[in-house]
Design a protein around this ligand. Sequence first.
Ligand code: ADP
Ligand code: MG
Length: 783
Amino acid sequence: MVLRGVGPERVFQLGRLGIHTVGDLLLHAPRRYEDRRKFITIRELELGKSATVFGKIIAAGVKRLRGGARSVYEFVIEDGSARLHCRWWNLPFLERIFAVGDEVMVFGKPNLLKPRTMDHPETEKVEGGDDVTVHINRVVPVYPLTEGLPQRSVRSFLWRAVEEFAGQVGEPEPRLVPVGTVEQERKGAGESASLTPQIPGSPASFPTRAEALRALHFPAEIADAERARRRLALDEFVALQLEIQRRRQNLERNARAFPCGGDNRLMKPFLAALGFKMTGAQVRVLRELRADLAGPVPMRRLLQGDVGSGKTVVAAGAALMALESGCDVALMAPTEILAAQLHRNLAGWFGPLGIAVDLRTANHRQRAASVPLAVARPEAVRLSATDLAPSAAGEACRQDAGSTLGQRAASVPLAVARPEAVRLSATDLAPSAVGEACRQDAGSTLGQRAASVPLAGARPEAVRLSATDLAPSAVGEACRQDAGSTLLVGTHALLEDSVGLGKLGLVIIDEQHKFGVAQRETLLRKGRDGGRFPHLLVMTATPIPRTLGLTLYGDLDVTLLDEVPAGRGRIRTHVRDAAALPKVWQFVRSELEKGRQAYVVYPRVSESDRDEVKAVTKEFARVQQELSPHGVGLLHGQLRAEEKDLVMASFRAGTTKVLVATSVIEVGVDVPNATVMLIEDAEQFGLAQLHQLRGRIGRGAHESHCILVAEQKTDAAKARLKVLAETTDGFALAEADLRLRGPGELIGRQQSGVPEFRFGDLRGDRDLVELARALVRTHLRGK
Ligand code: ADP
Ligand code: MG
């Protein structure tokens, strides 16, 4: 099929716009519409207000400025009411395009009224031929262009394409969209309407795809173009939902999972040692997860919980169920800092249960295994060791721990080295041997925290869960053997080919919005074993507005963790301008003097020539000076992993009082003693991001303060920060952010996995997304 009148040069130019076929051309959506049935006169133009006028060129010419390096081309048009000057800088070739006597349409905003002037307006010459039907006297589409391609050519091509081909465009298969006349649409009374899911705000029927394409380009009224766009958007959403829901249906019909419901034998000691009581929501979610994990169909579940709601413990609980069932578990986090923190927490909880917790990031490739002491065996946890011979235990620790433990594993070596662990461990463990083992390993590899654990804890009185009959020899044996199931924690590095995963029962992804769907699928495929697929639990603290959620996570079941653990201090949010900084520093100092800690966040790592956005590396010295003598650490994404680890460890230990950081600390970081989050140049961040950053504080019992310092130059910037100060509801903020900045920005530019829609708009098309989902559901259920 060819389109009349499209020569080789135009073919090339259209190709640059991605248009290679008539089909592509029909989907080339107008940028805006102009009602050219009535023009205003030049006299009626108002300052700063966009409008289209129509007139004849009465004078034109190029003026050279500054010795010819710069130029301005200008023409003057007249329409009988007044004259309008139109100017273009440094586009002298325009001289060859327009001539005195040409009739032109000009669209723009007057920036002067004496004389009336527009700078760089859009223009279109009016010529003979089809002009009367296509380019004027109607609602006219205005298209995105490319160099050398005139507006009127594209419009003419589209006119012909619509005339000749739009009528041949059929309904997409399967035919799910209810079509009907505009009348039926308005009344909501299409014939098929009663069978179709009703979504509030959505019409009962839509134009056919052919009608929609026609109205998209040449609508009778501007409102018809929007109706057309919505039909085409719905087709996009339906196509996506078909893909998502078919994938899900496939999974449910064909894929089988390893049973991972567990039997509670690790869960009980885990909960007993936790040091706090689970919230009602955590318990409910864990129950729900257990039901999924025990089932034959691989779980596909999204856990949404606002910052600080305690998702990590829930993930740990789910992991335990799989581990109890003899399966391995992989947990993926978006940053090294977060992976290291998760690894530390989980090793702390699981080490005493004898579960190996490994860390795998770009910089931690070595196996940092926990030491499978006698307690390593699940059975052993319940029994634990009365008869554990001191010498054997010591020996076991020295051997394995000394040689294979990385820094991280420090938290694990001797179960009894940690307070939680002590409660689980052995009554008759002779203090001296424990002391010996701990001193040796702890001295060399344990971090500050573990090293300071008093040995007194090993006393029999302290032991809650203890046990009787484990033979000494079993200890060595257990050490030598693989401990059984492993929990592998890591970053994207987990996706590498070299990372082998054993019998992977469960994949957990923390802060899922930082990953793309493709990465999630890669990890799941890696765990595939014959016809079996791992269960999947993804977690996110960035509340995802529903349109985005259905689009990105439409194949997932959603669970809400809607309760924040009790005993948290309140968070106050303050918006200040830069002039208030001296007072702000004074306030931060007073918090530090009370023993609290603070984050100070800047938008950039290093300075840029382009703007004056503040950068951590530069501001670091200043913060040190302002807050001296308190210790200040520096953290950003360009540090080496070991440096990051050291900085975080020191902040966690309270040696460093203040952390100057970029948004690398945005996700996951958990230091309850921190009560101040000071963000400079706050207008540089998105609302959801600021909310995440604010979520780093208010994790302890003390009242916390989030201080947003910003030059609030525009009202919009002010309004945005005000929204944040007034609400702590993450969902409301996410909706606001989506409206203000769009989906790509909201969930991170890199691999957000947000599909590109030509017509769909996730900011406003919520009803269509819901409708598409319901239509596809009904359709697939019937099959
Ligand atoms: P997030 O949901 O943001 O990932 P975390 O899992 O990091 O939250 O939990 C935040 C803090 O709350 C951690 O220090 C964690 O140990 C603590 N926590 C979690 N659950 C509870 C609970 N039920 N009671 C008290 N503290 C809890
Ligand atoms: Mg978290």
